[in-house]
Design a protein around this ligand. Structure first.
Ligand SMILES: CC/C=C\C/C=C\C/C=C\C/C=C\C/C=C\C/C=C\C=C\C(=O)SCCNC(=O)CCNC(=O)[C@H](O)C(C)(C)COP(=O)(O)OP(=O)(O)OC[C@H]1O[C@@H](n2cnc3c(N)ncnc32)[C@H](O)[C@@H]1OP(=O)(O)O
Ligand SMILES: NC(=O)C1=CN([C@@H]2O[C@H](COP(=O)(O)OP(=O)(O)OC[C@H]3O[C@@H](n4cnc5c(N)ncnc54)[C@H](OP(=O)(O)O)[C@@H]3O)[C@@H](O)[C@H]2O)C=CC1
Length: 300
């Protein structure tokens, strides 16, 4: 078989672990975010952890905020020691505005500012609509959609309204065509794409940019595991993605960094699709995969 040609500018470079990367070569200027402060929901694991790492490698201090203090504390320690920047772990539930309020107050007390909000926290599982309880649908809407609104509103009211800022939401292109087993998450993420545009219009005059990164399948995370990513790979479900592979966490973090930073100073209300072209072409393979998963178990 002929060897694959050396690819330029579209090869993944990542180490698929939640540990910080052992080596990192800057693509953007290392001081792109110097002395800024970012608040990252769900920053203790997966894509959120890597976003924290990449932002910190560009001079930013961070708050990572979610429900599990032990996980966050360990993550913050690793992030700080690798990057030399400060990272504070705060517990909050994006469904409870008073917990967000307390975390943002602490952030402002410690850092005196917040420049960037990354709405990355989410909950998801595969489940057919007929087995999905009303409460299960509501739970995912509350975490993904209400959680994004709650956190944005608290930070806007407490800081962005008077100082400006940059919000980056994390969406997903996996639901753009409509998919079985995903009515809850697909609905929630679609609402978030609309929220991005509405808030961009309403908050633009205060100097707040609101954008979204929409990933396709991103390996090495809990989300990937829950949605059957490894099985998808093993049955060749990604072969119809134009770039013929899943993405990685660093690739998502680089897309987020662009939108969060002054490199995107005239960009607002944008949905940056970062999915290797997946949603354009992969409907049949995903349907086939979901058929295999459905036949194995109704509750995953
Ligand atoms: C990755 C791609 C790989 C391959 C691609 C190939 C195929 C893809 C296939 C389909 C994709 C198509 C479209 C997708 C569209 C958009 C989304 C895309 C990606 C999104 C990814 C992610 O969001 S990843 C994030 C994953 N991480 C987490 O979920 C961690 C956090 N999760 C949680 O905390 C819980 O799981 C939770 C969400 C349930 C919330 O916990 P909690 O508040 O404690 O709630 P509970 O009390 O436990 O439960 C509430 C109700 O929900 C019911 N429930 C819980 N789990 C399930 C389940 N597995 N199945 C069905 N129902 C469930 C629970 O029973 C409760 O309901 P009751 O009625 O019983 O009260
Ligand atoms: N991996 C993938 O293939 C894809 C992922 N995405 C999106 O990327 C983002 C990250 O997902 P991924 O890294 O895969 O999965 P993870 O499960 O690692 O990330 C989800 C994070 O959200 C936090 N979280 C969940 N519920 C709450 C809550 N109620 N309040 C506060 N924090 C919460 C979790 O922390 P804790 O449980 O400790 O609170 C966790 O850190 C999500 O928005 C997801 O929808 C989109 C498309 C595909």
């Amino acid at each position: 078989m002929a060897e694959k040609p050396q690819l330029v500018n579209n090869s993944p470079e990542d180490i698929e672990t939640d540990e910080c990367m052992s080596t990192y070569t800057h693509i953007y200027s290392p001081d792109l975010l110097i002395d800024q402060v970012a608040f990252i929901t769900g920053g203790g694991s997966g894509i959120g952890f890597r976003i924290a790492e990449i932002l910190m490698r560009h001079g930013c201090d961070t708050v990572i905020a979610s429900r599990n203090l032990e996980k966050l504390t360990e993550a913050a320690k690793k992030l700080s020691s690798t990057t030399g920047r400060r990272c504070l772990p705060f517990t909050m539930d994006v469904r409870q505005p008073e917990t967000i309020s307390a975390a943002v107050d602490e952030t402002l007390k410690t850092f005196g500012r917040v420049d960037i909000l990354i709405n990355n926290a989410a909950g998801n599982f595969l489940c057919p609509a007929t087995s999905l309880s009303f409460n299960a649908f509501k739970t995912v809407m509350e975490i993904d959609t209400m959680g994004t609104f709650n956190t944005s509103k608290v930070i806007y009211d407490k800081w962005f309204k008077d100082h400006g800022g940059s919000i980056v939401n994390i969406s997903a292109t996996l639901g753009y065509r409509g998919q079985a087993l995903q009515v809850h998450a697909g609905s929630a993420k679609a609402a978030n794409d609309a929220m991005t545009r509405h808030l961009a219009v309403e908050w633009g005059p205060s100097g707040v940019r609101v954008n979204t990164v929409a990933p396709g399948p991103i390996s090495g995370t809990e989300g990937y595991r829950r949605l059957g990513g490894s099985l998808a790979e093993s049955v060749g479900a990604f072969r119809s993605i134009p770039l013929q592979r899943a993405g990685n966490k660093t690739e998502m973090a680089h897309a987020v960094l662009f939108l969060a930073s002054r490199a995107a100073s005239y960009v607002t209300g944008a949905i940056l699709v970062a999915d290797g072209g997946a949603w354009l072409t992969s409907a049949n393979d995903v349907e086939r995969l979901l058929g295999i998963i459905s036949s194995r178990s109704a509750k995953l």
